[in-house]
Design a protein around this ligand. Structure first.
Ligand code: HPA
Ligand code: ZN
Length: 322
């Protein structure tokens, strides 16, 4: 139908994509072979069959196992370049890409190997792309502080820091000092909050960490005062529709609160989160939401516009898209 074509063709920015979550099963097996890494799965089909998640943690276990094939700079480059090409095909013009250094340094892969491979692909890729370094919230504050130290010689390669992994039990407050240091360094700040965790985590991401965007944030709607505040401040939410269904945050796409968030005046964006694991890249996320919910052309234009408005781009560059 006509709206479908418009949505597919719209220029968009992607603001919530974990590069390790773009690692397709075929590339996992190719890298496993190239690097002689033993996987717990015998085939691409067997691995894909493991992508039946019940919650965030059941996904993270498989996601960290998949990332174990990444050893050399070229592996990180190949993964990132594959994502950038795929995103370009969906008319993503700019991507702000999360990476999880601790997933790799914890296995003995040097920080430099990770960031240099990912960054080189961003510099050479077909679309504009910048990097946001995420701290794993299930690990300690000390480990996050050490990771920020490792990033110091590479600050020219990252635009910001984020917070991901197991949310419940690991509130934003745990990383107050890490984010204060990152802020001192002039880095942009974002955090996952209100995916599985309560609205209180969104409050503390804003008030304690001073984030500039909320990743997911869909549980904000449980708190009317918070919802009003997010609308008033035009705080962007990077919503990930297919992720939310795959991780059982909502039972079905027609139960997703994306339209309710838009109707409440929030600065919602659509993103893919971990496209290789959740069944699709940007356009698949837009299509799944537009197929299930009564969204129209004005919503599509608002979502695209929001994505550029919330991007960490200079005003002149933004104006070209807005
Ligand atoms: N939530 C938390 N951590 C993550 C996610 C997510 O959606 N994807 C990759 N790491
Ligand atoms: Zn995420």
């Amino acid at each position: 139908e006509q709206l479908r074509g418009i949505v597919r063709g719209m220029p968009k920015a992607e603001l919530h994509i974990h590069i390790e979550g773009s690692l397709e099963p075929e590339l996992i097996f190719e890298l496993a072979q190239r690097n002689a890494v033993q996987l717990a799965y015998q085939s691409v089909e067997e691995l894909r069959a493991a992508y039946a998640f019940t919650d965030l943690q059941s996904f993270l276990d498989v996601y960290y196992a998949g990332a174990s094939v990444l050893l050399h700079e070229q592996d990180f480059y190949d993964m990132t370049m594959a994502y950038l090409r795929r995103a370009a095909a969906d008319n993503v013009r700019h991507a702000e890409i999360f990476f999880d250094p601790q997933t790799h340094t914890g296995r003995g892969v040097p920080f430099e190997t990770v960031i240099n491979g990912i960054h080189r692909a961003c510099a050479e890729g077909p679309i504009s792309a910048t990097l946001i370094m995420c701290f794993l919230r299930h690990l300690s504050e000390e480990a996050a502080l050490q990771t920020l130290e490792m990033a110091r010689p590479h600050l020219d390669k990252i635009i910001g820091v984020g917070l991901d992994s197991s949310e419940v039990g690991h509130p934003p407050e745990k990383f107050a000092r890490v984010f204060a240091q990152a802020r001192e360094l002039g880095l942009h700040l974002v955090a996952h909050a209100g995916e599985e965790g309560p609205p209180a985590y969104i409050h503390s991401a804003l008030d304690v960490l001073h984030v500039e965007r909320i990743d997911h944030g869909v549980r904000a709607i449980e708190d009317a005062e918070l919802t009003a505040r997010l609308a008033r401040e035009q705080m962007a939410l990077t919503v990930c529709p297919l992720s939310n269904i795959k991780l059982c945050v909502f039972g079905r796409m027609d139960e997703h609160n994306l339209l309710r968030l838009l109707d409440a005046g929030l600065a919602v964006t659509i993103n893919s989160d971990d496209p290789a694991y959740f069944g699709g890249y940007m356009n698949a996320n837009f299509e799944a939401a537009f197929d299930a919910l009564p969204l129209g052309l004005s919503h599509a234009q608002r979502l695209a516009r929001n994505s550029f408005a919330a991007a960490f781009l200079d005003d002149a560059t933004k104006q070209r898209y807005l």
